[in-house]
Design a protein around this ligand. Structure first.
Ligand code: COA
Length: 120
């Protein structure tokens, strides 16, 4: 019987993302993040925290999807946006029938994300 629910998680060191906030990191940033994500991160005081958190969320989505044998989703296919109150959500246009839930947290040094993926 195929599983209907899958989870994924990731944790990353925020310091890895500090040097991604400088101008010559454009290629990396544009490969990984959507314009909406970059706009969100770079309007904050510490963009590296939010870049790192989104990276974790994307990796957690990829892990959750791998349990469904989905392996054609790449970082930029996954968009992490925030509702008005700040709660994050996932946009995955490649698989609109999947329900994906995400929770993000970060402190000074680490960011982490947990994802739940649900299919019919
Ligand atoms: C929401 C709340 C629990 C976040 O806790 P925190 O310790 O400040 O934040 P963390 O570092 O653990 O996590 C930050 C992430 O939490 C997520 N987040 C923010 N607000 C959220 C919310 N209302 N619900 C779920 N997740 C939320 C975001 O993804 C954020 O990261 P991002 O800005 O990079 O996307 C805290 O701000 C809080 O209690 N706020 C008061 C309640 C509130 O504002 N409710 C919203 C009413 S609509």
């Amino acid at each position: 019987m195929k599983d209907l629910i899958s989870i994924g998680t990731d944790i990353e060191d925020i310091s890895r993302f500090k040097n991604k906030t400088i101008e010559n990191s454009r290629v990396f940033l544009e490969k990984i993040y959507t314009q909406n994500e970059l706009a969100y991160c770079f309007k904050t005081a510490l963009p590296e925290q939010h870049l790192c958190a989104r990276f974790c969320a994307k990796e957690a989505v990829i892990k959750a999807l791998s349990d469904f044998k989905i392996d054609d989703v790449f970082y930029k296919d996954i968009e992490i946006l925030n509702r008005n109150g700040g709660a994050p959500y996932v946009v995955l246009n490649k698989y609109p029938n999947l329900q994906i839930k995400v929770s993000i947290s970060h402190c000074k040094t680490y960011a982490t994300a947990t994802v739940l993926a649900i299919r019919d």
